[in-house]
Every structure is written in C-alpha cells, then in structure tokens.
Ligand binder design. Structure first.
Ligand code: DOR
Length: 449
C-alpha cells in the first residue's frame, strides 16, 4: 500500500516558472503542489528555507541511456537516476538500446519493473523499433510509454531501422511520438571506409565529425521530416548537431501545435571540435560534436524556438572502454548530473535567461510528450522541484561524480550554481548533498488518447 507522503513547506523561494520569477512559499502534500502563495502560515512535516535560492520545476530529460538490463558494467538505472536527481533532473526517458534491446512489450515492461524497484527519479522507457518488430511496436500504449525510438542511423547497439518499407509503415501507423536518431548509414559507412583505408584502426579522433558528417545528419533528418509530413506523424528528432538541419524546423506554431519538434543536447551546445585535442574520445559521441560553425548556430535556434527541448543523451561507457582506438572506443558521454550547470554557465554569460532554461528543460519536454501534470512549479502539478543555490561554487571531481562509470568530461571544472534539494513526486530525494535512499519515483503518464 502507498504510504502517505510527508508534507513539505518551502519558504521564501524565488520561483522560476512560466517565464516569470516570483517570490512565494510552496506547500506540498501527498505528492502534489497544493498551494503557492506569498506567505503560507502553519507548518509541515519537512520545512525548507529557500531564502536566496531559486525554486524551479524538476528537469525532464527526454533522452538518456541508463544501460540496464545487460550493460550494467557501464551504468544501471539506480546509479544513473541518483546522479540525475543530484543534478536536478526529476524525470527521465530512457532509450531501448540495452541488452537485450527493448523490442518487445515484455522486454519493455521489464525495464519499468527495474525502475519501480530502484529509481529515485520518475521514469519512462522508449519502445524500440527495428526492421522486423512493427506489429509489436504498434501495441505500445501511448498513455504509459513516452515514445517509440527509431535509430535511422546505427549507434551503440545494433538497432538500425533502414528498411524503407518499415520506415514508411512506422511513420504511417505509430500511435504516438516517434523519436529519431538521424545519421544516414550509407554516408557514415562510406566515410568510415575511406578513413580506415588511410589510417587503419587508429583514425585520429578529430576526424569523427567528418566521418559522422554534417551531410549524414542532414540527409537522415530530411528523410525523417519528409516521412512525418507525408503521414502527419508526431516526430521528435533527437540531438540536432548541425546548422544545416535547422532549416528543417520552424517556430511558426506554438509548441503545443507542432507535429515536428527537435531536441538539442548540452554537449552539442557546449563543446566544439577543438576539444577533441584535449578530451579525445571522452567526447566521441553520435551525432558527433561538430565545429564552432555548427555549435554557434544551436543556442540561437534554441532561443528562437526552432529547437524545442534541451536534453543530455547521457550515454556512459567505462573509462577503459574509452581508451580504445578510434573504431573501438564507444560513442557517448555521461552528462545527466551536470546538465543544469552547463546551462547555468550560458546564463552566467548572459546568453540565456533562467526562465528560458526552465522552459526548455522543464516545460517544453512536458508539452512535447504530453506528460500528465509535470514540468511546472504550480498548484495541481506533481511536486517535482529543485532548490538551486545560484551562488554556490563547486568543482567536479571523482569524489562528487555519481555516475557508475566514475568519470566526467567536466572533471576539474569549477561550476557556479548548485542543486541544494530535489523533490521527486513530493518526496525529498536529495538534500544538502545527501540522498534519501528510500525514495522511489513514479512512472510517467501521458495525456494521449
Ligand atoms: O553517442 C551515442 N551514444 N549516441 C547514441 O545514439 C547512443 C549512445 C549510446 O548508447 O552509447
């Protein structure tokens, strides 16, 4: 039986929500925000004085890889969900390229069971599409599963969907949002062959963005958009990494009405190809981190709403795996604990407002996926909240990294701004550097027919 949750009263918060910052108290009862008011009298089971701090809705990360089942030497749902919560992420949507991949309804449900046992954050798991599981994909329940994931270019794990007839059927019949990884496979393969011929296995890492090229991204994203327009599919293209692809997206309609939306990831906003020199394969990921010409176009496109959400594509691999030569070093980097700090860095440089960060990391994912009562610090919503001290400074080090893989591309970096408290579905999951190990998040629910 569900125990009644302790009530929480947050006083003196500067609440960042719906484009405004207002000072108020917040009263939370039984998982939900019951009252937001200038001053709330009375007491609660737990009281937090947020004076001097911001209070924002918890971040909803619509793209993470938590590696369970089957790849738990890299990460597991519990380890990475703890890291998420420490970084202010209260809900995650996890990708199907686990082992085995989530290609049947039964395998998908197994992941929900694992999360129910151990995840301190709210969770949802994508159903995986392949060239031969369409009937199974079409059984996915739009109200309890975030979306269908189609790798229209192969990456970690073998989940490529490249059969044109399958793609056509998928886009024509999907009962819900399709999220795509877009890199044209033939283009990538041809580039790989050319560089292999020249350098063998040890291709210098700086060529990664030329192998996983701009052309590969554009070709595949263009195909996805064409298919979506033809079939009126609800398409969400993941991790846009090039200036060229921005032509495919529009800000003409409000997000609620868009049928085609796009995600940008913090690493594509933050890094560019110059960093292969010092970080090497640590920042090898797919799509590749490109040069500054592409990087510099992404933040403006986020600000003017051609790009809709910010996510991480958190994709941990072990340090040892990352030490391999080019073709053997796996793609992906761990990010979910540090995503808010990356965005706060842009805020501190005057390049984005706090309100816009909250829009793109909290409100917009909730709108895009039609998540039931999450993503806002408002009465009637689930209490997914983050108390943020904007002045606290800290340095990323092995001792404060919560990822199972134990490393971060930000090691040694000093960040300004620190998560003080994270409340997940009305439970204080993280407070002053400590986890409540008993907290479990909820399965996300979607307001779809
Ligand atoms: O770099 C990446 N790593 N891109 C992906 O699409 C998959 C991910 C992973 O699972 O490692």
């Amino acid at each position: 039986m569900q125990h009644k949750k302790p009530s929480i009263l947050i006083r003196n918060a500067r609440i960042v929500n719906r484009g405004r910052i207002t000072e108020a108290d917040v009263y939370i009862r039984d998982g939900f925000i019951e009252k937001v008011a200038g001053s709330i009298s009375g007491s609660a089971d737990v009281e937090i004085d947020a004076a001097g701090n911001f209070l924002m809705p918890g971040i909803i990360d619509d793209q993470v890889h938590f590696r369970e089942p089957g790849l738990t030497h890299k990460a597991d749902i519990r380890s990475e969900a703890r890291a998420a919560v420490a970084g202010g992420v209260t809900s995650f949507m996890e990708m199907p390229n686990t082992k085995p991949p989530a290609l049947t309804q039964a395998l998908l449900e197994d992941k929900y069971q694992i999360a129910a046992q151990g995840s301190p954050a709210n969770y949802s798991f994508y159903m995986g599409a392949s060239n031969d599981n369409l009937a199974e994909v079409l059984k996915t329940d739009p109200r309890t599963v975030c979306g269908i994931k189609a790798f229209m270019g192969s990456s970690t794990g073998n989940m490529l969907v490249d059969d044109p007839r399958t793609l056509e059927q998928l886009f024509a019949n999907a009962p819900m949002l399709i999220a795509t990884h877009c890199e044209d496979e033939a283009t990538v393969r041809a580039n790989e062959a050319a560089y292999r011929e020249r350098y063998g296995e040890a291709v210098p890492i700086k060529y990664h963005p030329l192998i996983r090229s701009t052309e590969a991204c554009l070709k595949s994203s263009t195909l996805a958009v064409e298919l979506a327009k033809k079939h009126n599919t609800r398409l969400h293209i993941l991790h846009i990494s090039t200036r060229d692809e921005l032509l495919l997206f529009s800000n003409a309609l409000p997000l609620e009405q868009k049928r085609i939306t796009a995600e940008v990831c913090v690493h594509h906003l933050y890094f560019n190809s110059l960093r292969y020199a010092d970080l090497g394969a640590q920042i090898k990921c797919n799509p590749a981190i490109k040069d500054a010409f592409h990087q510099e176009a992404l933040l403006p496109a986020l600000l003017d709403d051609r790009l809709d959400v910010v996510a991480t594509d958190h994709a941990p691999h072990t340090w040892e795996e990352k030490q391999n030569t080019y073709f053997s070093a796996p793609s992906g980097l761990p990010l979910v604990q540090h995503t808010l700090n990356v965005m706060l860095g842009f805020y501190q440089q005057g390049r984005i407002s706090l309100e816009k960060i909250v829009e793109k990391m909290c409100h917009s994912p909730a709108i895009c996926f039609q998540i039931d009562r999450r993503g806002y610090a408002e009465e009637g919503y689930w209490a997914d909240l983050v108390v943020l001290d904007p002045e606290a400074e800290w340095t990323v080090s092995k001792s404060n990294i919560h990822y199972k893989c134990g490393w971060s591309p930000f090691e040694g970096q000093r960040f300004k701004g620190q998560v003080k408290s994270t409340i997940v579905s009305g439970l204080l999951a993280y407070h002053n550097g400590r986890f409540d190990e008993n907290v479990r998040g909820e399965r996300l629910v979607f307001n779809r027919k």
